[in-house]
Design a binder for this molecule. Structure first.
Ligand code: PXP
Length: 269
């Protein structure tokens, strides 16, 4: 059976990071979003953090109004954010953990520990037809709880795997990869739609595109960095090509675990 196509969501947060460094209007994350879509992105992701360190309220409103593709609104599960999301009506909301002092979203959401608090958020977003995803690490307990909470989608946090690959920690990279492979299989059997993101670059995106159960990757930081050198459109096209190459060789999660162990015992991507 052919695997479903793999969508690319481009995260434009760090265009806003650069803009905010001078406090003016440029570079504009909405312009970046339109350009990314023109070059082949299937959707746009933006994270409205509580401290507004990059994306701001009016960026989110303009993204919703101006982009012709789905908007994935990342946010912490707070009443304030829920109010903004319900008013913005994005295609999707991705609930993420947030700590003010962190540099980025460092770990997955603890849906097991917070299920009582998360349940009403998920229900209210489900009720108005906004697709909810939970950004979690590929741990069986978290995945099972996400399904119990009736979130239709999980996004697997790939940060630990990507860091290990980039740092050349082969054993850790292999362990993290196996965790992702097993998590994707479990999530699929629980009926969840599976996305993945955080720290992906061309190499890791191509590798993870080989997991046929994953249908969307959300990628930001690396692409915005690459765009400084070759432009955003070229970066999107190169990422798209890497994902398509990976997808052509897609296998089921079970096969992926076996292939990884057989072909590349060191786990280097
Ligand atoms: N997905 C989620 C849920 C995220 O929080 C982030 C980071 O904002 C990303 C994907 C993109 O990660 P990166 O910027 O490292 O590509």
């Amino acid at each position: 059976m052919p695997h479903p196509p793999l969508r690319l969501g481009v995260n434009v947060d760090h265009v806003a990071t650069l803009r905010n460094a001078r406090g003016g209007r440029n570079p504009d994350p909405v312009r970046a979003a339109l350009l990314a879509i023109e070059a082949g992105a299937d959707g746009i992701t933006a994270h409205l953090r509580e401290d507004r360190r990059h994306i701001r309220d009016d960026d989110m409103a303009r993204l919703k109004a101006e982009i012709p593709k789905p908007l994935n609104f990342e946010m912490a599960a707070t009443e304030d954010m829920l109010r903004i999301a319900l008013a913005t009506k994005p295609h999707a909301v991705c609930l993420v953990p947030e700590r003010r002092e962190e540099l980025t979203t460092e770990g997955g959401l603890d849906v097991v520990g917070q299920h009582n608090a998360l349940a009403p958020f998920i229900a209210r977003l489900n009720d108005v037809g906004i697709r909810v995803s939970l950004f979690i690490s590929a741990e069986p307990r978290q995945i099972e709880m996400a399904a119990k909470l009736r979130a239709p989608v999980i996004e697997i946090h790939t940060g630990a795997w990507c860091d290990a690959v980039v740092d050349g920690h082969a054993a850790k990279a292999d362990a993290e990869w196996q965790r992702i492979v097993a998590g994707a299989a479990l999530a699929r059997s629980a009926g969840l739609e599976i996305h993945a993101g955080h720290g992906l670059d061309y190499e890791t995106a191509e590798r993870i595109a080989g997991l046929g159960e994953i249908v969307e990757l959300n990628i930001g930081y690396y692409m915005i960095g690459e765009a400084l050198f070759v432009g955003l459109a070229e970066t999107v096209r190169t990422m798209r090509a890497a994902m398509d190459r990976g997808r052509r060789n897609a296998v089921s999660p079970n096969q992926a675990g076996q292939n990884q162990a057989a072909q590349n015992p060191a786990g280097k991507a």
